[in-house]
Design a protein around this ligand. Structure first.
Ligand code: SF4
Length: 361
């Protein structure tokens, strides 16, 4: 299949692995930002084929994993209200809140629906004028454009019963926060190709310069991932710290201008708390004042939210690349995909679920 087979070609993969092995001369730590890339590394067994000098750590690019527990508990409180249809992408339904998850509310007869596009939620609102329809708008720059489109469409259709619970996050401020932390180990990044397809990679130039780290825009297939690693290692070995694009078939320097304009017409940068990491200045998208009528947080007074994280879960350290899932004492014991203690074990993009799926207990 075009665009798949040539990027999974075993001969090209072997050539790239050999090239990486002969290029790397000392221990290096690279982070892939995106949970989709983590899954691809493990799914194809690449983590076992890379040279031992390379420590590949997994970044915070799993939208479900970084959504704060307070926001999940707020979603649960809204979904528990009468007359509400609470809509979300499927991943969020199994994420444990402090006391329960969205599945439990649905099992009790609550109106919780999985949607495959936020526009479905807009249609639900149009077709159910006596109900309040809420969409859980989470994710990175990749889901922000369709979510912004849904809000624009709801406004255009004059819907007064549609709102969004926003927990959008942005990649560049998180990279800066990570690089600024005193215990940072990351020496180079594989930037998420799909985020860059939307936003371009111009924002990374200043980060690479300021923190002296190579940043390579990287895709998701084995050849893409290994090309990203090789480019980053070559830079580290030659003392460079530049931004490179190793995902040329999907990403341009400026990205998708229309998508960016759509985001900016509805959202603006705001401070955002990341689960396991804490508050990162200007790291989220929040609704612009002219769209405050669509803010579910303001529409539903749910009272004070008191959260309680599992004391066993070290998701924060995993999201910061300080540890890998098997180093968590609960991994494969108290915590598994059937009994997840933290979001990284629930989400299809979570690092813990990737390890469990491909390496087992
Ligand atoms: S294995 Fe479970 S408890 Fe441990 S960090 Fe991952 S999600 Fe949290």
């Amino acid at each position: 299949m075009k665009y798949i087979d040539e990027y999974r070609d075993p001969i090209k993969v072997k050539h790239l692995l050999d090239e990486i092995a002969t290029t790397i001369t000392q221990p290096r730590v690279l982070m892939e930002i995106c949970g989709g890339q983590t899954h691809s590394f493990l799914h194809h067994g690449l983590d076992d084929m890379l040279p031992q000098e390379l420590d590949l750590v997994h970044g915070p690019g799993c939208p479900v994993c970084v959504t704060p527990l307070e926001q999940i508990d707020r979603a649960l409180a809204i979904a528990n209200q009468p007359n509400v249809i609470f809509t979300s992408y499927g991943d969020m339904l199994r994420v444990p809140g402090t006391r329960e998850n969205l599945f439990a509310i649905r099992a009790r007869g609550g109106n919780v629906k999985v949607v495959y596009s936020p526009l479905e939620a807009v249609d639900l609102a149009a077709n159910n004028p006596d109900k309040q329809v809420v969409f859980f708008a989470i994710g990175f720059e990749t889901t922000a454009p369709p979510n912004a489109m849904a809000i624009l469409q709801a406004k255009q259709r004059g819907l007064k019963n549609f709102s969004v619970l926003v927990s959008h996050v942005r990649v560049p401020p998180a990279m800066k926060a990570l690089l600024s932390s005193t215990n940072n180990r990351v020496q180079g990044f594989l930037a998420a190709g799909h985020v860059c397809a939307v936003m371009g990679y111009h924002e990374y130039i200043a980060i690479a310069r300021e923190y002296r780290v190579p940043i390579v825009v990287t895709g998701f297939e084995p050849v893409d991932l290994l090309r990203g690693i090789l480019a980053a290692i070559r830079q580290l070995e030659s003392g460079k710290a530049e931004v490179e694009n190793a995902y040329e078939r999907a990403v341009t320097f400026h990205g998708n201008q229309l998508a960016q304009e759509t985001i900016q017409s509805v959202f603006m940068p705001v401070d955002r708390k990341w689960r396991g990491i804490g508050l990162i200045p200007m790291s989220g998208w929040g609704l612009r004042p002219e769209f405050e009528d669509f803010d579910a947080e303001a529409r539903f007074a749910v009272g004070e939210i008191v959260t309680q994280e599992s004391p066993l879960c070290i998701a924060g350290e995993i999201l910061l690349g300080l540890k890998v899932p098997p180093q968590c004492s609960a991994y494969g014991k108290q915590c598994s995909p059937q009994t997840p203690l933290g979001a990284p074990m629930v989400s299809s993009e979570g690092a813990c679920s990737a390890y469990y799926q491909y390496h087992g207990k």
